[in-house]
Design a protein around this ligand. Structure first.
Ligand SMILES: NC(=O)c1ccc[n+]([C@@H]2O[C@H](COP(=O)([O-])OP(=O)(O)OC[C@H]3O[C@@H](n4cnc5c(N)ncnc54)[C@H](OP(=O)(O)O)[C@@H]3O)[C@@H](O)[C@H]2O)c1
Length: 296
């Protein structure tokens, strides 16, 4: 098992209902505390933890449901019988006919409009099982020294601060939120040249999640890098002119039409399964890359 996986397996949130931890010896002579779930993973890479409630009663709120990962997740959860509360600027007409789907249009660049939009979206709801802070923009790709401050601010607004408006409204209104997953990116930690405001916004998102985890101990928070998924963001990256300064772009483009870059529909069930395991695998507030999760 790779060290990163071991780290993931042995980091676990501390909650009242947590099973006892045990000291175990790790490869290389390390000794760390491990939960029963982590021990089960070491043995057979299968999660042996708690099951979540039955799907009938479940509600997920997803930002950015009009395309890509958010659209794929919304469709997947609807197929599983969840109630889906979705928002984006464009309306996903194909989902709208589903009685379990509620949609409210909103522009995350206008945080002052978000309380009313989220109020409408969550009307009558007192409990949300999962909030997926998914909506995001790439912003201008290129060297940071060439970036326009306006564009950097816009990227931060959508990718980070809009999430604050959403969470603050939910928590201030007393909504019981079981889990929050913010869709982060490998760009949050990779530091590859050209990722500019996007990388900074995702690094900030990781810290945002860590801080909210401390403020809201009854909710499990995680920043999750979803891996490469063939979405509009990937189309934009592929459309960039070849530039030898930005090696990672060509490397990512080479994964198009390979299993390393699934469609949103193919990625959604795996991401949903990964999200279901997060609260038993890692401490609230952690960043996890789905590609480093065992069994995904
Ligand atoms: N695809 C990948 O390989 C990859 C890898 C790592 C991380 N991610 C992350 O995954 C998340 C989803 O991206 P994606 O790849 O699925 O791209 P996408 O297809 O472009 O989806 C982005 C979603 O965000 C919404 N959005 C963007 N700006 C908005 C605004 N101002 N107001 C409201 N909604 C807005 C879009 O809806 P409207 O345009 O209709 O508003 C759309 O539904 C992002 O956070 C992205 O950073 C993606």
């Amino acid at each position: 098992m790779k060290p990163a996986l071991l780290a993931l397996a042995f980091t676990r949130k501390r909650r009242g209902a947590s099973p006892p931890v045990r000291n175990v010896a790790l490869p290389g002579g390390l000794r760390r505390s491990a939960s029963p779930e982590a021990l089960a993973m070491l043995g057979n890479f299968r999660y042996a933890g708690r099951e979540m409630n039955t799907s009938e009663s479940k509600t997920v709120l997803i930002t950015g449901v009009s395309s890509g990962i958010g659209h794929g997740l919304a469709r997947w959860y609807l197929e599983q019988g969840w109630r889906v509360l979705g928002t984006s600027r464009r309306r996903p007409d194909d989902l709208a006919s589903d009685a379990s789907f509620r949609f409210v249009n909103c522009d995350l660049r206008q945080p002052e409009s978000l309380p009313a939009a989220i109020k409408e979206l969550t009307g009558g709801q007192q409990h949300i099982d999962l909030v997926v802070l998914n909506a995001g923009v790439l912003g201008e790709f290129g060297d940071l020294c060439d970036a326009e401050i306006d564009d950097l601010q816009n990227t931060m607004l959508v990718n980070v601060w809009a999430n604050k408006a959403v969470l603050d409204w939910l928590f201030a209104g007393g909504m019981a939120v079981e889990q929050v997953v913010a869709i982060s990116s490998g760009a949050a930690v990779n530091g590859n040249r050209g990722w500019s405001g996007y990388a900074i916004s995702k690094a900030a998102l990781n810290m945002f999640v860590k801080l909210y985890a401390k403020e809201q101990p009854a909710t499990h928070f995680c920043a999750l890098a979803p891996g490469l998924v063939d979405t509009e963001i990937q189309e934009r990256l592929r459309a960039l002119p070849l530039d030898e300064r930005f090696e990672s772009v060509a490397a990512i483009a080479a994964k198009h039409n390979t299993p390393d870059m699934p469609t949103p529909e193919a990625a959604a069930p795996k991401l949903a399964a990964a999200m279901e395991r997060l609260s038993s695998l890692v401490e609230s507030g952690e960043f996890v890359d789905v590609r480093k999760m065992p069994g995904v």
